[in-house]
Design a protein around this ligand. Structure first.
Ligand code: MN
Length: 671
């Protein structure tokens, strides 16, 4: 790439660009990097230039472009950040230093620590100026494009880091174009086999799909013309990664997925969106439950569009996305669109400011995290969970939208609203029905928290049930306010219950087992230990895993005999904590059969609800039997379920707690 090409690209949207300064920055960077080569053998300067070129697509301002050209200078050359500042000013130097990793010299004994500290610094600087994030995303995108020149073991590490940190950031900022390309690149490195398979499969059907797309587009075009609606129709294949993700989420084969075709209709006015939707539904029969109005209710990242899936030409399911030009620019460029499109009325500018504020709410969460956590590793881990996970959005009774990480419970919602609401929470109303506070919320839920003045302390078990660190920290703080007596009682109550769940008994622990626990947690005596449990210093999972092995609790593993999973074509994955999937191969991965006993109020649909919750978790019910009890309308259910590990069993327990009518349940220890 030539510098003149780059200037031309920038001038498309920055007619007043200071060319002289731009060239000066280029020469500065080129001289600084002189003699350095990229892994692919090209001159190093090609990298910052490509990064800058990516940013011109996002239409960033002049300072950001210049900072991009200079972004690797302080980190990789002899020229310092001070020299950059002297030459190009403070604003620009701040951006450059935000993307610069910490000194290799200072961390020469601990490079992992350097990575973590650098990421932390990057986030804290970004909270002050989001342009830093855009440079970093463009930097990462170019590095991913050229990743095949990097050592293999490094490839996987970088791809995973990108998937876990940079893809979610792009998603939060709504920079859809960058997000989608990053995801696809990561996909190829993290799941090479699946990538190749899918690519092959998609290519096979490509010609047929093209034909269908053409037919559908023509039909719609005629109709639009008849109705005098000006619109641009775009169609393109869905990204491989988005297909893969759907397959994992829905446990389906590629052939079963029926929304591989997507057509985008871009119109002038908001009203036109709804008119086009009407026309499409007259032409093609819509699929029920697949109409989504993201214009009235935008996604958490600000995305707006109408979506509908219809039975198109030949009955092929086809997805339409309808949006205005403005929504389109926003969806492609996300926050960048708001940040840099300053032209227009002052009313529009106010709106833009509001948008930026709304979308950078997570920046506040980053700062919040930083306050609470001492260790830097925790900072990144918590960042992944609290901020970078997929978000759900739920509503308060007044219709205010609140976004939370996926998996958040009623308690997370309560603490998000206010500490007092959390501490006094006694019940959850979800879409008008009551649920336990630990129930996992879903997008679209309307949530109300019942509080009581008489309850002043959170329950000890909540600590293990909440998803966000915000809630966990607040609960821990409140538990610390307990008197020693209260903490002791809370500890006993909590542990008695937990041991019972696993079919064990707290008061039957041997002296040897107690000594083991005291030693492990450096406690002087049993009372002190129980108090520490009660005020949240020691967690249940630590105790259980210290006392018992997986086999103690789950029995001997089974490896084969899964008659319902013989289909080897099935993509077997399950979600791990972050955006990555863990492969599951049921013929080789061990699983365990666990016997449970539960007592319930007999009601219509109880077993159905249990089945649904277990199915969501991938827990199989191997055997089930219901017998009456002495109490009328109360039954005992004996069941054997199949789980992969202790975590899955815990999740199953949590799910059972959320089901109306289940009074009590526990594991039956194998005799
Ligand atoms: Mn770079």
């Amino acid at each position: 790439m030539q510098i003149s090409t780059l200037i031309k690209q920038a001038k498309v949207y920055l007619p007043k660009l200071d060319e002289k300064r731009f060239k000066r920055a280029y020469v500065f960077a080129r001289n600084a990097h002189a003699g350095q080569k990229r892994m692919d053998g090209s001159e190093y300067i090609t990298h910052p230039m490509e990064v800058t070129s990516i940013l011109t697509h996002l239409r960033v301002d002049e300072t950001t472009l210049l900072a991009a050209i200079l972004h690797d200078v302080p980190e990789d050359t002899k020229r310092t950040i001070e020299e950059v500042e002297k030459e190009f000013g403070r604003d620009l130097a701040f951006l450059v230093s935000g993307v610069t990793k910490l000194s290799k010299m200072k961390y020469r004994h601990n490079m992992v620590e350097r990575q973590v500290d650098s990421l932390k610094k990057f986030f804290l600087h970004s909270a002050r100026d989001l342009r830093i994030i855009l440079i970093k995303l463009a930097d990462r995108l170019h590095n991913m494009r050229t990743l095949n020149y990097v050592r293999q073991e490094k490839q996987l590490r970088i791809a995973k880091e990108t998937m876990e940190i940079y893809v979610p950031i792009a998603n939060l900022l709504g920079v859809w174009e960058v997000k989608s390309e990053l995801e696809n690149l990561c996909f190829a490195y993290i799941y090479p086999k699946e990538y190749d398979q899918l690519k092959h499969l998609i290519q096979k059907t490509a010609a047929y799909q093209q034909k269908i797309l053409k037919g559908t587009t023509q039909k719609l075009q005629r109709e639009l013309k008849k109705n005098r609606i000006q619109a641009e129709i775009q169609s393109r294949p869905k990204s491989l990664y988005s297909i893969f993700r759907k397959m994992v989420d829905r446990e389906q084969q590629v052939e079963d997925l029926n929304d591989l075709l997507a057509i985008r209709v871009i119109v002038k006015e908001r009203d036109d969106c709804y008119r086009v939707l009407g026309l499409i539904h007259e032409l093609f029969r819509p699929k029920s439950g697949r109409i989504k109005d993201y214009i009235a209710v935008p996604k958490a990242n600000g995305y707006q569009s109408l979506h509908t899936t219809v039975f198109g030409v030949d009955g092929t399911p086809t997805e339409f996305q309808i949006r205005t030009q403005e929504m389109h620019i926003e969806s492609e460029y996300g926050i960048a669109a708001h940040y840099f499109y300053k032209e227009g009325s002052s009313a529009r500018w106010t709106k833009i400011q509001r948008e930026i504020k709304k979308r950078s709410g997570w920046v506040k969460e980053v700062l919040e995290l930083q306050k609470d956590l001492k260790s830097n590793t925790d900072f990144i881990e918590n960042l992944k969970i609290d901020v970078l996970q997929d978000r759900i959005f739920v509503f308060t009774p007044h219709g205010d939208m609140i976004d939370l990480p996926q998996g958040a419970t009623g308690l997370d919602f309560a603490y998000h609203i206010h500490t007092d609401v959390g501490d006094h929470a006694v019940g959850l109303s979800r879409n008008g029905q009551s649920y336990p506070l630990t129930f996992v919320l879903e997008t679209g839920d309307t949530v109300k928290i019942m509080t009581s003045k008489t309850q002043t302390l959170p329950k000890r078990e909540w600590l293990e049930k909440v998803k966000t660190n915000l809630a966990r920290n607040k609960i821990r703080l409140a538990l610390k306010r307990q008197t020693q007596e209260q903490a002791y009682e809370a500890g006993v109550e909590f542990l008695t219950r937990e041991f019972h769940l696993y079919g064990e008994k707290l008061d039957r622990l041997s002296e040897k087992q107690k000594d083991l626990l005291l030693a492990a947690f450096e406690m002087k005596n049993w009372r002190e230990f129980i108090e520490a449990v009660g005020n949240g210093t020691i967690s249940e999972s630590e105790i259980i895993s210290l006392l018992y092995s997986t086999e103690d609790l789950l029995g001997t593993p089974h490896r084969t005999g899964h008659d319902y999973s013989i289909n080897t074509n099935k993509i077997g994955y399950r979600k791990s904590g972050t955006r990555l999937f863990t492969p599951v191969n049921s013929s080789t991965t061990p699983f365990y059969r666990v016997s449970l006993s539960m007592e319930c109020n007999d009601r219509v649909g109880l077993l159905r609800d249990l089945g649904i919750e277990f199915a969501k978790l991938g827990v199989n019910i191997y055997q089930i039997g219901v017998r009456p009890t002495k109490v009328l309308e109360r039954v005992k259910v004996d069941l054997i379920i199949e789980v992969m590990d202790l975590d899955q069993l815990r999740n199953a327990f949590d799910a059972m707690e959320g089901i109306d009518g289940i009074i009590e349940f526990h594991r039956i220890a194998a005799s």
